[in-house]
Write a protein that binds this ligand. Structure first.
Ligand code: KPL
Length: 300
């Protein structure tokens, strides 16, 4: 039984906590000290998630053996910097976020004995107060991000995630991150702007826009040396829409609750790379602008 620390108390963090608590000890790292009882709910079951909590200030130096960071894309770098001193010499670090974030400097700063992995998951859920509602399984991929992780990723996966539904390992996680990016670009901004569930995006009226978005992702990915088939991206997006049909995407929930969105790490990332490659990406550009405009208006 490992002692696993999970940063934050977001929906994905709580879903991971629920799953991992079946065979491990879970500590949630929370922003402030409070005695909360976190609950897990599906259509047929509801129970308390067995876990303890600690704030960052309560974590001794070099005390964490396994750390999962399932936070928003715009929180990842700050989290890595804040938590690095708390990692033990042989720590296992697992990143899991939507969109693309350049964490290369932070990973390079890890000790040569500390392993870093990525968990890419389209498991779906949402949180109301301290209850996480599990609404869709999606698919999960796990792979190494640095040299020490390359030796151990299969055994870390068996220890932590092999009992996850639809979970697999991959040695080369980058194409997986691109595919997840594509899925999020197909689903999140449109579902947020239209205020529809993921499943409602299967309506024919959205098909051309989704195809054009996927085409732009494919072109930009190719410019970075990642070859992806357009048909695969489109069919993946529709598979995730079906697997998470009743779910409101994270961006849908963020925009509806006037919270900052991850659009910069999704369409914004595509626009940034496209500019460097001299490629036009009007469909990603339009969604980037619309979502940001929406959020700016909500903040006023
Ligand atoms: O990752 C997701 C999100 O909401 O951010 C999907 C896969 C779209 C599930 O809702």
């Amino acid at each position: 039984m490992a002692n696993i620390h999970i940063l934050g108390e977001g929906a994905i963090g709580l879903l991971l906590a629920q799953h991992l608590s079946q065979s491990h000890q879970i500590t949630l790292i929370t922003r402030s000290k409070r005695a909360a009882t976190y609950r897990y709910q599906t259509a047929s079951t509801q129970h308390t998630i067995p876990c303890s909590t600690k704030t960052l200030a309560e974590l001794p130096v070099s005390s964490i053996d396994t750390l999962i960071i399932p936070v928003k894309a715009y929180q990842v770098i700050e989290a890595l910097r804040a938590l690095r001193p708390a990692l033990s010499k042989n720590a296992t670090l697992i990143l899991s976020h939507n969109g693309m974030v350049d964490w290369s400097c932070e990973l390079a700063a890890l000790d040569a004995t500390q392993s870093a992995y990525f968990l890419s998951t389209s498991i779906a859920g949402y949180k109301v107060a301290d209850t996480v509602h599990h609404t869709g399984q999606g698919a999960t991929w796990f792979g190494p991000l640095n040299l020490p992780a390359e030796c151990h990723y299969q055994s870390v996966f068996s220890q932590l995630f092999s009992t996850f539904e639809n979970a697999q390992t991959t040695f080369d996680i980058m194409p997986t991150l691109w595919k997840k990016l594509a899925v999020n670009i197909a689903i999140n901004p449109l579902s947020a702007l239209e205020q529809v569930t993921n499943g409602q995006l299967k309506q024919p009226k959205y098909a051309t826009q989704i195809l054009n978005l996927m085409n732009e992702v494919q072109l930009v990915a190719a410019g970075t040396g990642v070859t992806l088939a357009l048909s695969e991206l489109v069919s993946l997006a529709y598979t995730v829409m079906a697997q998470t049909a009743n779910n409101r995407s994270s961006m849908n929930q963020d925009l509806a609750n006037n919270r900052r969105t991850e659009i910069d790490a999704m369409c914004g990332y595509i626009c940034e790379l496209a500019a460097k490659q001299n490629i036009n990406v009007p469909f990603n550009q339009q969604l980037l602008e619309e979502v940001n405009k929406h959020w700016q208006l909500a903040r006023q």
